[in-house]
Design a protein around this ligand. Sequence first.
Ligand SMILES: Nc1nc2c(c(=O)[nH]1)N[C@H]1C(S)=C(S)[C@@H](COP(=O)(O)O)O[C@H]1N2
Ligand SMILES: [Mo]
Length: 876
Amino acid sequence: MGVPTQEEKLHLRRVSGDFPPTPPETDAGDSTLLEPAALPLPPPSFIPAEILKDDKGTPDGWLPRDPRLIRLTGKHPFNVEAPLSDLYNEGFLTSPELFYVRNHGAVPRVEDGDILDWEFAVEGLVENPLTLTLRDLLEQHEQVTYPVTFVCAGNRRKEQNVVRKTKGFSWGAAGVSTAIFTGVVMSQVLKRAKPLRKARYVCMEGADKLPNGYYGTSVKLNWVMDPNRGMMLAHKMNGEMLRPDHGKPLRVVIPGQIGGRSVKWLKRIILTDSPSDNWYHIYDNRVLPTSVSPEESQQTPEWWRDERYAIYDLSTNSAIAFPAHDEQLSLPAAESNYDVRGYAYGGGGRRVTRVEISLDKGHSWRLANVEYLEDRYREASPQALCGGLLDMSWRESCFCWCFWNIVISTDELRNAQDIFVRAMDESMNIQPRDLYWSVLGMMNNPWYRIVIHNEGRSLKFEHPTQPALIPGGWMERVKKAGGNLTNGYWGERLGGEDATVSVEPQAAEVRMTKAGLNRQITLEELKQHEFGESPWFVLNGEVYDGTSFLNEHPGGAQSIISAAGVDSTEEFMAIHSENAKNMMPTYHIGTLTPSALSALSSDSTSTSTPPTSPRPTFLTPKAWTRATLHSKRSISRDTRILRFALEHSTQRLGLPIGQHLLLKLADPASRDAIIRAYTPISATDQRGFVDVLVKVYFDTAERAGGRMSLALEALAVGQVVEVKGPTGRFEYLGAGRCAINGVERRVRRFVMVCGGSGITPIYQVLRAVMREEEVEAEVECVVLDGNRAVEDILCREDLDEFERKGEGRCRVLHTLTKAPEDWMGLRGRIAKPLLEEHAKWRAGSMALICGPESMEKSAMTGLKELGWADADVHKF
Ligand SMILES: Nc1nc2c(c(=O)[nH]1)N[C@H]1C(S)=C(S)[C@@H](COP(=O)(O)O)O[C@H]1N2
Ligand SMILES: [Mo]
């Protein structure tokens, strides 16, 4: 792809020249303002210089940020909004350092010297696929400049979360910001690629690699081609290069729609005939019907694939900035006025045509003044601005927020209990009184209400909520007092209404603490038990002593040792049954001090950041490490071999033979972490990758499928999972020696009983034994592999190969419960009769069992009846 030919230039000129009308010639390279006074200019801004403490040690630890921003999702990823008053005080344009940020993961780092070489592709259903650099965009295309307001679909979500917890984090009302963007009209770039007739959607992908693949989404091709929708590929914000958090060096800007469609760090544009199948397009930015509960949305994934519930255009919304939350207004004796003010925005380019205020709970409304500063740009004659052409007079759509205000006498405020605001757009879409709750808590736009507390000599104002976990606001207060926030009356009790209200039913939680215990444990004390004989670990801020179950724990001593000294809540909750939780009070020894808890939570849930010098082994017992799905092979209808790439091609996994690793990934629907143990089938000394065999438990009419296996099935190549380990009590040390919880023994014969995917740990040990050549180590193996039908036998060829090459050292017996007539192997379940014939105890024997629960049970019972001692049987 080079410079466009003369003909292409003409073509570009024509497509861009027909409509909007060609402006008079200006010098678009020169950023002098022709009518500076007429345009709202960016507020004074600065580039933060300091790396904040919260960012240190996170993958964004290189990026200086503004300390005023309120973090909504802990330290990382960076999701922030400005305090509402600060945002409003910035004026029409927000400085880049205060502009809200929504990052799903780490910020891609691009050095200034590499900016112009930033490449992105335009591909898919196009006649002429392109790869362009930012330099190409600058040199070969006309640059345009105009203001656009961004709003995250989650703006005001905290209000939903107070009513009922959604799956989203708690935005206040400042998940909105405005800037002037400079870049290239997106349709021009698409036209160069020549979309094919069947292309209908424009998928976009960023450079940020996330747990479920690169961030991506789509919009309709038709929209991109519509000049009134103003979609742009932008490289500047308020006249300067995009800041890293906002997509440096190149992002999409989709005016009028939720921020989630405006992909940052743009790498690929793919034209398709159907909407994006990117994970973030499917499972994010949707408003499911209010009747769909979090559980239902999890059990029935079809809800997420229904395009009707995907959000594109924003909904009409408004909020009050002043009076601010907790603002005090002293009541002077003389009459005075208060200027109530805030913002409003419409969706899909629609203009807000009225903003109304009520001081009597919506019985009567008065009109506020509305100021559309965006019109200043519209009225300006075509001119150069920030290195692009500002030419908006022809455009009818509105891409920005407006400010409203209304002067109210303090006397009136004194006599009112609350102030409401609601906006209406040019299509007469009006904000509703009541909140529409949905699983993701998005597009929240009921009337914005602040409560007035008359404190005698002053009035104090109370907003509905405060962002993130910051307490405060009338919603929490009313809820705590037992008010029902959805009673159509903001939870206030109406005359005669019963005080008993419907509080959201909570599933009974297992109590894991010991009653009456009040020992405070400091970080120092805890850290003394991080290594060594008596491991302590932390669940929900409570400290537990794992010493006494080091030996019995099904995950092996290693899994307790790995948990020692760190917060293991997420992992514990994801793997353990109610039963295990019920046992916890016995081990409870105290509560972590608040400062210890906060110190701990900052380092424990994190995934290890790729080290600067490559580690020789991949697994680390105390931190999750990311592995990327490299390829996927189907070996039967329901079995896959997933190959994950390790951090580098010479890295070894670092897994002892017979042990397991933990795989963690987010449930596609609920986002909860799911963690399961797997034993890889690739050799443990394999470099660069690991193969994991996964049997997929699909949903059936009778029961829901396996969450982990379905999540792994949905994982696309390039997506990442997190891995930790090793875990397990058993280890094969080689030459007939093995260890159970570190206690060594010599084995002369393994009886390996397995079924289904339980073959994997067995396979690992069997291969190690069969690879050994020293004659004195000769270990015999008998494998009893029980399955339903022939097609359910996993790794059959490999197993039979071991038998063939083993010269009598290895016997592999397959037994089927649903055997076909011509089946030559064994028939029936693995129980006493079969075991009696093939698996009698002998001195030096050890049995290894792994399979479905029912199989494991009947094998255990059978072996016991044949006189096997517990010490000689290991269940994986
Ligand atoms: N590549 C990429 N693009 C992205 C996101 C992201 O995490 N990665 N977040 C989206 C969401 S949900 C929003 S609201 C906007 C926020 O843009 P900002 O952070 O510049 O305000 O970016 C969108 N584009
Ligand atoms: Mo968003």
